[in-house]
Design a protein around this ligand. Sequence first.
Ligand SMILES: [Zn+2]
Length: 140
Amino acid sequence: MGVEMMAAIDKTEYATHVSLAGGRIRCLRCTAQSSRTKKQCGKPAMNSSTTQKCTHHGGRSTGPRTAEGKQRLLQAHILHGEHTKSARAEYSKDSAKLSMLEDCLHVLGMDIQRRQGRKAAGYRAVRTMEAVTEFVRGLR
Ligand SMILES: [Zn+2]
């Protein structure tokens, strides 16, 4: 039993949506795991929940409000650093580089599908051949 309880939860087999009212309503499903049955919670997640949880599994939580609570969250054990401030800054920097690389390919005459929308922080448009060479030198 101990081995089974230590097994990691495979989130890939989790259902993201649940059908209600005989299939007329389709909404996000709570991603919590039942401690008793070890199965995914069957309730619909709250719209306001940022972590896709139902009312029984923390969907109403708005996170720490007080400075003390926020500090406690920073001190808490975090499973992965995917959403830390420094990790997001790194993703943003890489995303800006990717957008600039797309610009370079466009300047070089390659027909590529460019990403639409707002560019990440640190993005500078690359429109001339000189800017392309400068950007490529900067990558090294
Ligand atoms: Zn739930």
